[in-house]
Design a protein around this ligand. Structure first.
Ligand code: SF4
Length: 380
């Protein structure tokens, strides 16, 4: 029997058939040209056909490396890049630079990169905004489909109303599932109602779920998603990912609940949003959701081995989401402060989370200046 090949799904209304495991270009910056070529070779051999990068990764290095690796292979793949330029002139220049670096005359998909606030959308749609360059590139056959990527999922239902899109890209993994319940509840249904293709990013939560690759893919592929852009940059990582996606079968609800319950990365600190501790006068799950938006619930006030500590420091505070979480917490702050002062008893959590410790830490984070714990070291 031959080797199993990476399964495919249809990318929404684009109709493109894409392998569920995508090659994300960001981490190709960190490895040499010949190794990128070996990775691409192996990825294609296993049935992979979705390769995604961005103009900004490594100042264009990711595109240049992938461009060299893809010589003679362009027809086999769905090739995707992104520009963060919000004005037409800059976007047009970057589209042309991407095509040159990737040694191709068209991109299957071009994404508005990192649309995380309303100002970005307004700039894109303004006269002389990037939307004009995207439309021109599509008219001239340089780009076949258009999409958006975002690190602030709450904004996406609105973004999908504003921009003319074929695909949307956002975080899909079981860690951030706990921090962004709006993804399964609002973002994914809105995307599907528009027949958009869904690109999931960070299926291993930026590598944080490295101990749980099989579980991470089991969970992520069970979500509303067509392809998972994954940042592997070694052959070992790639083989592990191929094995996980090839072994995937549709899990039932119990399997997904077991993954969330037993995940070592979630342990007895990360709130699973089960809702059982919600009180009539205080929405505790909401407070913990905002803590998740602040630092992905990575700082738990407990001692850590150096690699774990470093990983949490690197991955917790991203994309200015801390500032957004602090703003969203303001209506809850006074109520929580009073609650803590009164030392009111708290319900038991089915995941063994010490709610009084957690509530105290969450409150300190969300009332800090965004530099917690460095900025609040005396307070806990
Ligand atoms: S009971 Fe535990 S898991 Fe459930 S919402 Fe509360 S803190 Fe989160």
């Amino acid at each position: 029997m031959g080797e199993r090949r990476i399964p495919q799904r249809v990318l929404g209304k684009t109709g493109l058939k894409v392998s569920v495991l995508g090659l994300g270009g960001f981490h190709q910056v960190e490895i040499g040209q010949s190794y990128v070529e070996r990775l691409v070779e192996r990825y294609l051999e296993a049935g992979g056909n979705y390769i995604e990068t961005a103009r900004s990764y490594g100042g264009g290095a990711a595109e240049r490396k992938l461009g060299r690796a893809l010589v003679g292979k362009r027809a086999e793949i769905v090739l995707v890049s992104k520009t963060g330029q919000r004005e037409a002139e800059g976007a047009w220049q970057e589209i042309n630079e991407s095509l040159e670096a990737l040694k191709t005359d068209y991109l299957d998909i071009l994404l508005y990169h990192g649309v995380n606030d309303r100002e970005a959308v307004k700039a894109i749609l303004a006269p002389g905004g990037a939307a004009q360059a995207f439309a021109r590139a599509r008219e001239e056959g340089m780009v076949h489909f258009i999409g958006v990527s975002s690190h602030w999922p709450q904004l996406l239902p609105w973004v999908m109303e504003q921009l003319d899109l074929d695909v949307v890209m956002y975080w899909v993994n079981y860690l951030d599932f706990c921090h962004y319940p709006e993804i399964p509840q609002q973002v994914a249904p809105a995307a599907r109602s528009k027949r958009l293709g869904i690109i999931g990013m960070k299926p291993l939560a930026d590598g944080y779920l490295y101990r749980s690759v099989r579980e991470a893919f089991t969970f992520a592929l069970a979500q509303e998603v067509d392809v998972l852009a994954c940042g592997f940059n070694s052959l070992e990582m790639l083989e592990r990912d191929i094995e996980a996606v090839c072994a995937w079968t549709q899990p039932n609800v119990q399997v997904l609940e077991t993954i969330l319950r037993d995940a070592p990365e979630l342990g007895d600190y990360v709130c699973r949003q089960c809702g059982q501790c919600r009180l009539p006068d205080l929405d505790l799950p909401k407070v913990f959701e905002l803590e998740g938006k602040f630092d992905r619930q990575m700082f738990d006030g407990r001692p850590k081995e150096a690699p774990d500590y470093a990983l949490r420091q690197r991955l917790g505070p991203w994309f200015h989401n801390q500032e957004r979480a602090i703003t969203l917490y303001k209506p809850y702050a006074e109520r929580v402060r009073t609650f803590l002062e009164e030392s009111r008893p708290l319900p038991a959590c089915p995941y063994g989370i010490d709610l009084s410790w957690k509530l105290r830490l969450a409150h300190l984070k969300l009332t800090s200046d965004g530099r917690f714990p460095a900025g609040a070291a005396d307070d806990f």
